[in-house]
Ligand binder design. Structure first.
Ligand code: DX5
Ligand code: ZN
Length: 228
């Protein structure tokens, strides 16, 4: 039986001048976790923030922090993101370090490991690790920026990974990250995602985010607002 959709707020498109308040805004609106996009300007062609920023916003929410490391050397930084207050640390299977070593390092730091794969990376690359991680993050955009369009061509891979996880009765959750909004959250959930990362579709709204969160939850079950 699939777990109800878990909404994770990506703060990449939030107002960085007020990041703590933006984390509070999503928390107050009822999301299930905070998604922190870490980019090193090497694994992806963008630079965002490091452990210092995670540590700075940690006191602003009691929700789980999912740190999404789009960095080439996760092994060297996992401990620092753990100490900064991450609860789940996601690294990319395409990164330079050997996945088994990164998973062991995250567990040694007392945190939950997650593994991510880019749109062009075949499912086979992550299958060996599915019984060793808490989250499998399926990228539905090329990592590096928020506000990109959802890549529907990734859906067959998502469906296949969901089928593998269910057939093997694995505990791992499947996340969908990139371009998830009112139009695409339904297919993301239907096709196998249970952790749905939402960035620009959330933070493009000013003020109270609760109506947007409620509409996204309903749309995950195929109920689109009347004006859609
Ligand atoms: C992209 C990031 C995503 C992104 C999501 O590299 O990993 O988490 O911020 O933002 P939207 O929902 O706007 O695509
Ligand atoms: Zn992300």
């Amino acid at each position: 039986m699939r777990s109800p959709p878990h909404l994770s707020a990506s703060i990449l498109n939030a107002d960085f001048a007020r990041l703590g308040e933006e984390v509070e805004r999503a928390t107050a609106a009822g999301v299930d976790s905070i998604h922190l996009d870490v980019m090193d300007g090497h694994f992806v062609d963008n630079l965002t923030f490091g452990p210092v920023a995670v540590d700075a916003v940690r006191p602003h929410s009691a929700l789980p922090f999912h740190s999404h490391l789009m960095i080439s050397r996760p092994l060297a930084y996992a401990e620092r993101f753990a100490q900064a207050g991450s609860d789940l640390i996601v690294f990319h299977v395409e990164a330079d370090d050997e996945p088994r070593a990164v998973i062991a390092e995250i567990e040694r730091a007392g945190k939950r490991p997650g593994i991510a794969l880019n749109p062009e990376t075949p499912a086979e690359a992550v299958v060996p690790w599915l019984d060793q991680v808490d989250l499998l993050l399926v990228m539905t955009v090329h990592p590096g920026w928020g506000g990109q369009s959802f890549m529907h061509e990734v859906v067959p891979k998502l469906q296949m990974l969901r089928e593998v996880v269910d057939r093997r009765h694995l505990e791992v959750h499947i996340g969908v990250d990139g371009g998830v909004n009112l139009e695409t959250i339904g297919v993301s959930h239907e096709s196998g995602g249970d952790v749905l990362v939402v960035g620009s579709a959330l933070y493009s709204t000013a003020g109270d985010l609760a109506p947007t969160v409620a509409a996204l939850r309903a749309a995950a079950h195929g109920e689109l607002p009347a004006d859609h």
